[in-house]
Each structure stands twice: as C-alpha cells, then as structure tokens.
Design a protein around this ligand. Sequence first.
Ligand SMILES: Nc1nc2[nH]cnc2c(=O)[nH]1
Length: 154
Amino acid sequence: MNDHELYMRRAIELATNVPDLPFGALIVDGDSGTILSEGWNKTSINPTWHGEIDAINTLASSGVGVGGKSLVLYTTAEPCPMCQGAILWTGIETVVFGTSIRTLQRLGWRQIDILAEEVVRRSPAWNCTLIGGVLERDCDALFQKAILQRGSSA
Ligand SMILES: Nc1nc2[nH]cnc2c(=O)[nH]1
C-alpha cells in the first residue's frame, strides 16, 4: 500500500462516521506526512458542511497555520465546486480523491455538474494538482451501499 492509499484508508474510516453520506477528508503536511486535520460530512447540521470544508475549518481553527506548508487533502469523493474553491483559497497544493463526480452521478447522487479539474483550470492564480481514482473501488462501494440503503429505507 503506497502513502496515498494509506491516507485514503483513513479518509474511508472517517467516512464511516456518517454511513449514509460517506464523505471523509483529511489534510496532510506533504513534507512530514503528519495528519494536520480530519473531517467528515456534517450537512445534517449545515448544508454547506461538506467533509472537505470540515477538514479545512478544523485546520484553520487549530492554530497550526497553513502558510508555507505543502498541504495535501485526501477525500473519498471528488470535491464539488464549493469545496474545490475552498481548497484553492486555503492554498492546498494537491487533492487526492477516490470516487469521481461522474460516478456519484451515475450512482444517483445529486451533484453540481462542474468537475474539480474545471474549477482548477478556470483558476489560473492557483496551482493545484488533482489525483483521482485512489482506492476507487473501495470508495465507490461506500457510495453505492449508501444510496442503496437510502433507497430501501425511503
Ligand atoms: N466531495 C463531496 N461531495 C459532496 N456532495 C455532497 N456532500 C459532499 C461532501 O461532503 N464532499
């Protein structure tokens, strides 16, 4: 298991905090490998409280400071445009995700139809590298299971 997979395992663990919305995220210092913050989807409290936003807010309020660090964000799913915007404003240089927005849509998840790469392409003031498909089958399985369970309980 490489480092990306190791951290994605942790994102999957965090996602299980909310099995019906399995969006888990963590932010790692890319130089030291230290986990700086963790988060998961809290949209039952606030509709904008996505997993990535939770991890960013936890980091911002931790007092560690984001300046001068090469930050890597791991997330079980490709960031939506709101989260990708927040990721750029935070100065996160690398985003590693499992399930793609296209797959979420195919599985029946409501999504804004703008891919993270499009947000990055249209934001030339920032540098952000996107790496998709890490532990993709495990992440896809989380979202497939969640939507099936939602369907059967509706
Ligand atoms: N990437 C991502 N997409 C979402 N779509 C709905 N909630 C979320 C979330 O927390 N993260």
